[in-house]
Ligand binder design. Structure first.
Ligand SMILES: Nc1nc2c(ncn2[C@@H]2O[C@H](COP(=O)(O)OP(=O)(O)OP(=O)(O)O)[C@@H](O)[C@H]2O)c(=O)[nH]1
Ligand SMILES: [Mg+2]
Length: 300
């Protein structure tokens, strides 16, 4: 698993062949996405969820996406330390992936890594990401269940709204509920949910309070995940389809840009084009159309 994921991370040509071979053996794992602001206690919480999941007899894969930002430097080490409790457990595979060097390819690398763990027979895969960029949010959006972790105070509610992670939550967690303002945070999420319309029988994201460091509220969270799983059983195909659609569109975009950059628009030409746009000699729409026509002309 580790070597397969390294192939993917390094974007080696072998990675595509690997995915081709393992893909028929995927689609069985239950994918749990955990996202939230930096330092919200996601890893500590995931560590607790691993324990619950193991109790239920699951085997696990965990992918912690390390944002490598100046604020959270050393997160890889942090993840390892925080999930230390399971380091000796052969049925728990934990991997950190760095965002560095994955210009826009982070979602791709992460979902491919999840495929590896899926094919390896892990019954549950947990992906932890910092909900700051679109890429990170997209990773969690297509999981089987999306858990958004927030913390009391510090105006995280506003940040969360900005990052668009409010809409993707199936379950809200207010972690660090030992701190002041936990109830205020719950109320603020609730008033946000009140603006949304839920159909009869539709899942309304519950809001749970946890204290990841002590484990308070974690069994309730695990129970809620199970309830959601049962509730959304019928929608699973749709989620898988959405995940594959995301994958396909992302790959096509990536491959298309790669082709254009390799075949007709090297870095120098690209810069030249940008300069022309800056000088208002050409507009971005016309520039894009011109490139597209050239691609089409070459094909015929
Ligand atoms: N008081 C309190 N501290 C907590 C709680 N949960 C986690 N922490 C602490 O918060 C800090 C950050 O925890 P992490 O689990 O690394 O948070 P994270 O969201 O994974 O962080 P990044 O991955 O770097 O974004 C650690 O010092 C934890 O011990 C909690 O419920 N209460
Ligand atoms: Mg973490």
């Amino acid at each position: 698993m580790a070597r397969a994921i390294s192939l993917i991370e390094d974007e080696t040509p072998g990675a595509a062949a690997l995915i081709r071979d393992i893909f028929p053996h995927t689609g069985r794992t239950y994918l749990i996405g955990v996202t939230g602001p930096p330092g919200a206690g996601k890893s500590t919480l995931v560590d607790r969820l691993i324990a619950e999941s193991r109790k239920a007899g699951d085997t696990l894969g965990v992918i912690a996406v390390d944002p490598t930002s100046p604020f959270t430097g050393g997160a890889i080490l942090g993840d390892r330390v925080r999930m230390q409790a399971h380091a000796q457990d052969a049925d728990v595979f934990i991997r950190s992936m760095a965002t560095r060097g994955h210009m826009g390819g982070l979602a791709r690398a992460t979902s491919d890594a999840a495929l590896v763990l899926d094919a390896a027979g892990k019954s549950v895969v947990i992906i932890e990401t910092v909900g700051v960029g679109q890429d990170e949010v997209d990773i969690v959006r297509t999981a089987d269940v999306s858990i958004v972790v927030l913390v009391p105070g510090t105006g995280d509610d506003v940040q969360a709204l900005k990052a668009g992670i409010m809409e993707i939550a199936d379950i809200f967690v207010v972690n660090k509920s030992d701190r002041d303002g936990a109830d205020r945070m719950v109320t603020s999420i609730e008033s946000n949910l009140a603006l949304q319309i839920f159909a009869e029988g539709e899942w309304r994201p519950p809001i749970l309070k946890t204290e990841a460091t002590t484990g308070v509220g974690v069994p309730e969270l695990w129970d809620t995940i199970r309830r959601f799983r049962a509730h959304s059983e019928g929608a699973r195909e749709r989620r898988l389809r959405a995940r594959n659609e995301y994958r396909l569109r992302d790959l096509l975009t990536h491959r298309f840009m790669e082709h254009i950059e390799k075949e007709m628009l090297g870095p120098v030409e690209f810069e030249k084009l940008l300069t022309r746009i800056a000088a208002r000699e050409i507009d971005p729409y016309t520039a894009a159309s011109d490139i597209l026509s050239k691609v089409m002309a070459r094909k015929s």
